[in-house]
Design a protein around this ligand. Structure first.
Ligand code: MN
Length: 154
């Protein structure tokens, strides 16, 4: 946790170690990756790790949070919808995003805006991880999980 002061958080680079494992090596100095689980979902199976870079529990001030998610090859995020929007920028890897009923391939530097109440899910390619930044409101409603993520079926 930071003390809320201005700072530079150094990128350490991927170490070749496992993606999507609790305790995976830090990608950013001092930022501990956390397995991303909600409602008892088997996060390890889905292969998603979250790094909270700013906001949230890290900094008191911003009304938003900046997180980086890493999805392991073949992994996926929950299929969900909610009132709060997301702004996502892909940093590395390859994958797909589901936005309502449309599937889009995504690659580094693509931006995805997820408007309120859009059903959405991210999936990494079978042979590549997917890493993306996600900016989200600090105060936000709980996601509604949708049945059997549609991307994860495909
Ligand atoms: Mn969401």
């Amino acid at each position: 946790m930071s003390d809320g002061r201005s700072r530079v958080v150094r990128w350490r680079g991927a170490d070749g170690g496992p993606f999507a494992a609790e305790g995976a090596a830090e990608r950013w100095e001092g930022v501990v990756p956390r397995a991303y689980a909600r409602d008892g979902e088997a996060a390890a199976a889905a292969g998603v790790v979250r790094h909270t870079l700013a906001g949230g529990a890290v900094d008191a001030e911003p009304g938003f949070e900046v997180r980086c998610f890493e999805v392991a090859p073949g992994g996926w995020s929950s299929c969900e919808r909610h009132a709060h929007p997301h702004v996502v920028v892909v940093l590395a890897g390859r994958g797909e995003v589901l936005l309502d009923d449309a599937r889009h391939s995504v690659a580094p530097f693509d931006l995805v805006y997820v408007a309120p109440w859009t059903a959405h899910q991210f999936r990494a390619a079978e042979d590549a991880p997917l890493a993306f930044l996600c900016v989200v409101d600090r105060e936000r409603d709980r996601p509604q999980r949708l049945p059997a993520g549609r991307l994860s079926d495909g």
